[in-house]
Design a binder for this molecule. Structure first.
Ligand SMILES: NC(=O)c1ccc[n+]([C@@H]2O[C@H](COP(=O)([O-])OP(=O)(O)OC[C@H]3O[C@@H](n4cnc5c(N)ncnc54)[C@H](O)[C@@H]3O)[C@@H](O)[C@H]2O)c1
Length: 356
């Protein structure tokens, strides 16, 4: 039995508690939050919890816990995760890993030193639609990828601790990295803080990945429509993943454009023609299942030594580096900012070479 302490039971934390309470290999010992009213609520909803606490410092070092699950605001992730790792616990911390890549690197190195797993809640890696699109990309069926375009919008929930990019695009970056098996080389971004003047509510960021693949994100909590959609454009086929469509989240468009070159007889438009291929739209079967349950199961498997994390701290740092670079671009009038992987100092050069 893995003994788990859960910290933070606001909007998201109760879902994690529920999953660790129902998993056969885990037992939730202590649930902690600074707010008594949240603890009373969770006690009423999940009576099997052993104990509640308003003391996060004691909860992370509790000798009765093997693993700590953290779903508190981003600014608290670093301190809580560091203390938990120093106390020899495995940690599953919500996304984004923490508020800076430098601190993220520190946590990854600490986890490696103490020999414990540090996992980050990049939940979309356990979404069956996202996994289905990854299989399509990897099979080569779409042809060479040209670009990705993600829209992640809604009216709220509003945050004041991080901007819309850190809150929402953290998901898209984890998906892009997973689909493309790489991380971005550079980014240009724009954002605006309409509501409180402090953090951007709307951000549009354009990332360059190796091999010239562009990946655009529109992240906003100031939008009338809840949209969770990514379009993937390949040379042979195109795909739309729509997470709001529970029954048919993936559509494969057998559409493409070929350029037919003609013998050069002048320097006018006649030199080439665009041939549009307009084929079927195929809706593959995508199985159901709760992504969070799969994420918790994966964490349990890692702790039990049955699996290596696909949501490791290293993956979390790659996302932080991409977020930080976009923040810098926003501050510096949308200048193109390189994304430098501090865990692998030569990755930027490698990626630049393969992109040219
Ligand atoms: N994976 C997902 O789809 C998903 C969805 C929503 C939120 N999240 C992530 O979960 C985390 C929490 O988000 P939320 O929406 O639940 O926030 P929230 O503000 O609703 O809840 C955070 C809770 O943490 C408590 N808290 C704050 N500081 C604490 C501390 N030091 N010790 C103990 N408790 C503390 C607060 O009292 C609050 O109840 C964030 O990192 C967010 O990005 C992930």
């Amino acid at each position: 039995m893995i003994r788990v302490n859960c910290i933070g039971v606001g909007h998201w934390g109760p879902n994690l508690v529920r999953n660790f309470v129902t998993a056969p290999e885990t037992e939730v010992r202590t649930v902690c939050d600074l707010r008594e009213e949240r603890l009373r609520l969770i006690e009423a909803r999940i009576p099997s919890i052993h104990k509640t606490s308003t003391d996060p410092d004691a909860t992370v070092v509790d000798p009765e816990a093997d693993a700590i699950v953290i779903a508190t605001p981003v600014a608290t992730h670093y301190e809580l995760t560091k203390k938990a790792l120093e106390a020899g616990k495995h940690v599953l911390v919500e996304k984004p890993l923490c508020e800076s890549a430098a601190k993220g690197v520190e946590l990854v190195e600490l986890a490696e030193q103490v020999g414990k797993h540090l996992c980050v809640g990049h939940i979309f890696l356990f979404n069956n639609g996202v996994r289905g699109v990854r299989n399509l990309i990897r099979s080569g069926e779409l042809g060479r990828l040209r670009y990705l375009f993600s829209t992640r919008t809604n009216l709220g929930p509003f945050r004041t601790d991080v901007n819309a990019l850190w809150d929402l695009a953290a998901h898209d970056l984890s998906i892009f990295n997973y689909w493309l098996d790489s991380s971005p080389i550079a980014v240009t971004a724009r954002g605006a803080a309409y509501l409180n003047g402090e953090v951007e509510d709307v951000v549009v960021a354009s990332y360059t990945y190796p091999n010239g693949v562009l990946a655009h994100v529109h992240a906003s909590w100031l939008n009338p429509r809840k949209v969770r959609e990514i379009t993937v454009v390949g040379e042979q086929k195109m795909v739309v993943w729509n997470d709001m469509d529970l029954n048919e989240p993936v559509r494969v468009y057998h559409k493409s454009v070929d350029i037919e070159r003609e013998p050069v007889y002048s320097d006018s438009f006649g030199e080439f023609r665009m041939l549009i291929r307009n084929g079927d739209v195929v809706i593959p079967h995508i199985g159901g299942g709760e992504p969070l349950a799969a994420e918790c199961r994966h964490f349990i498997d890692c702790v039990l030594g049955r699996s290596e994390p696909i949501i490791s701290g290293r993956e979390g740092v790659k996302v932080l580096l991409a977020l930080e670079a976009a923040d810098r671009s926003i501050r510096e009038n949308s200048v193109v900012v390189p994304v430098f992987d501090r865990l692998k100092p030569n990755v930027l050069e490698e990626a630049t070479i393969s992109a040219t």
